[in-house]
Design a protein around this ligand. Sequence first.
Ligand code: SAM
Length: 218
Amino acid sequence: VPTPIGNLADITQRAIDILAMVDVVAAEDTRHSSVLLNHLQIKANLLALHDHNEQQRADALIARVQQGQSVALISDAGTPLISDPGFHLVRAARAAGIRVVPVPGACALIAALSAAGLPSDRFSFEGFLPAKAVGRRSRLEQVREDGRTLIYYEAPHRLLESLADMRDVFGADRQAVLGRELTKTFETLKGLPLGELHDWVAADSNQQRGECVILIAG
Ligand code: SAM
């Protein structure tokens, strides 16, 4: 079940109904999610499911479903499994013959793509780049000739270094769009060639804060 990526009004009615109805809500961070559930006035039975306990928790959740309970999976923001936990649980549930129902909703990469003005007929979601420069550059080089729009998630403290590497690998003239703080008060969607985009972010420390998606023309 997707949750908002900033603007709380982005939760769907179906998501609210399901979260209110299920026996268990598996959440990446139960403290974080209890703020949202309190806001929605939903009293849920929360259980933590994060990167460090997912494999073992998956068995316990599957056992509950086999006993007749229903389980919803949420992450801190956006759609579960999209650079968030849930893959092991979904795979194990499906392998056990359990029906897994997708509930569409907020997702930062789709929100960014829908407003970036870059070709959207074919795109590649590249997730987070490696934190170290060598790994990052080698990943970028693998897709240098890719014709599809490339979409990256990035942490604010690595935004500048990543933009510099993207400029160096893809070329300063390659068109790009930075989507920052989407759905929030300081939402920005800035489209510039990579060289100029890097310099624009470097010149304004406000652009180096908050959550961001980088889209690059193929
Ligand atoms: N599951 C989420 C989704 O569906 O988009 C993504 C989770 S991932 C751990 C978090 C990353 O998503 C952030 O570092 C940022 O790259 C991107 N992100 C999440 N919310 C965003 C927002 N409001 N604006 C821009 N990027 C966002």
